[in-house]
Design a binder for this molecule. Sequence first.
Ligand code: GDP
Length: 194
Amino acid sequence: MNFSNAVFLKSAAEPGQFIRDGRPQVVFAGRSNVGKSSVINALTGRRNLARVGNTPGKTTHVNYFSIDESFMLVDLPGYGYSKKSDAEKRRWAELMETYFKQYDAITLGVLVVDARHEPTELDRQMASYFQQTCVPWAVIANKTDKLKPREIEHSLETIKKTLVLDASVALIPFSAEKRAGRSELQAEILNRIK
Ligand code: GDP
């Protein structure tokens, strides 16, 4: 699999534009500024695939990329940006509700959280979307480069407890900046899409 063979397909602003074509979908979720774009860029080895450092939370779109013509990478809109208007927050919630109603299209969910902090209420809500729909999912603990090894261990325990992760959910320490955890994430994806 050539992860860097990545092509932008489409930006869906409303459910009618969601793609359902039978190809496996690997779906990325995370709060604004957690580094979701950076994780996607590190995964694909592409610097600008998902736009990094956008005004956080500005775009409430579901973005689709085709990876090596084998599977779709789906970038869900970031959440938890406090300056978003109420209308925009409602739009996010509605878009997610509808997206998760077609959960049989989801091959693997990937929730990106910040290794430095306890997962937020919205992280827990997103985790429960994955849990309730019973799709396979994994958690990326990003920004581990900001922590010492012992702190990383502690952080992983906290994430496991807060998100109530069972053994079926891979929890991968990651640093988009150092590209650490990249091969583990790639292996998890390859394992699920085959
Ligand atoms: P998004 O809003 O979740 O897509 O987040 P971005 O990918 O735009 O990243 C938000 C900020 O976090 C940027 O300033 C990134 O440089 C920084 N960032 C992302 N990943 C890492 C990481 O692994 N380590 C560190 N130290 N910073 C990171």
